[in-house]
Design a protein around this ligand. Sequence first.
Ligand code: HEM
Length: 521
Amino acid sequence: MFTPLTQVFLPLALSGLVITWIIVPTIRYFLDRKRLRQYPGPLPAAFTDLWMMYKHYTGGRTKSIHELHKKYGKIVRVGPESLSFASLEAVKDIHGHGTAAFKDKFYTSLAGDHRQLLDSIDKEQHAKKRKLFAAAFAQKSVEEKEHNVREDIQELINQWDKLASPQPPADQTVFQPHELIDARRWLNLLMLDLAGDFAFSMKLGFVAQGDDLTTCETIRGEKYLAHPEASINPNLQIISTLGYARSSFFKINRKLFSWHRGWKDGDIITDFITHLVKTRLSADADGKERSDFFHALNYTRDGVPIGMEMGELIQECSLLMVAGSETTTCALQNIFHYLIRNPRCMETLYEEVATAFDDEDEVVPAYDRIKFLPYLRAVIDETLRHRPSLAIALPRVTPPEGMSIAGVWVPGNTTVSTPTWTIHHDPELFEAPFEFRPERWLGESGAHLQTSFVPFSTGARACVGRNMAYMELSLIVATLVHRYHFALSSPDWEPTIYETMVIKSGPMPVKIWRRASAKAS
Ligand code: HEM
């Protein structure tokens, strides 16, 4: 039976939905004030952001946008007020130094109570923050952390040496669960350990304990145990999906989607970082100067305290832990997946890195000896080209007066983006783009290709952690390839892909066994 309340409320709510989702978008579409109807794209996307939200939420955004560009060309309409540009010229115009574009309101959905470096939209605010980060991420500061990276990798080796199994017969290609380790999980634990070391000079010990169960602490001081790593993906999934909605709907959408586990997961990540920040603050009481990211955020170069608010500090440190571990975990898993699938590349890499080890006892080589190894860098770059970790198309918005992008005038307040994955698979830029060919990066032609390679983006908002990423990836890949042989659980194994901000994979079961040349410890 309908009560009088539902008799009134239900029709009102339904009319509201029809007006919001059907009538207003239809009028907007036909008025076409920005003249975006001239750009091809899926019809639903021209009416509603729900098309993009659905594609993103279900993990199909990158592939769908790629197919659209294949069908329609370099410019595609992917939302009522949103254009995707698949060209290098557009990358330069939208992201390059001096661009007139701003970060889109998409980033507001990612922001907590305080803006951090990545989600700061205001250019002045960003420039101020970036200065603080720049000191901690300069090549010299990064290389000062080499000993921490080496220690953490050594811990992984201690664990993997125990888990390594005997060499299988040459014709065995399928392995039983008891012979396998989840390489993705271990690499993720290692990247979190490294991020903790770099940010807080603290040993999280996740690799040592083989798990990320750790203390989380609310701002009020209530402590509990949780697994932060498993919380990252669901949190990124919901906050990035809602980023594609109209910004006026952000608050209401948060209520509508309050059932999603990603919100609770977001609290776990914040509480994990809050505990680290509080612990690191109390460590400061001993007056010893620690050279870590936390110090760079809190003190000027002359040691004067900056006085950053606790909330802001927690947000910046969260960014570092998440951005610094998720992207590199994806890259590492992909590197090993490609190398295992391409034994010739694995052996070429082994031959090269073997020259960088001082003697048979050395486990982790010195960074100085591997940082210019061409094939090692080529394997990393080819992986980041083929599967860029951060596949999100980095949405920007044009300034109110509009701007020119790749020779086209785009009206003001239009969302514009450049799909990295599609650009990296453009046959005009990369020959045989779907093949894994590290050799393409060697020599002069390889150096030339770098101009078409944008996994870290470009311009003032490009990745600040690039130097750190190369050092970590190079040391880890060289060490593991030098020490172990790898095999997938079966020849037809394929990763399960979870696409949110990053394109992360599920577990990667592999069998590892020691190389004969890596001396038994
Ligand atoms: C393979 C590894 C990595 C890849 C592919 C990558 C990629 C990117 C990309 C594409 C952006 C631009 C995001 C945007 O425009 O919204 C970015 C920004 C950023 N990355 Fe990375 N990243 C990697 C590793 C790291 C590491 C190791 C750290 C920290 C230790 C880090 C910290 C950051 C930060 C703080 C920003 C924000 C920069 C700003 O807005 O000024 N990244 N990264």
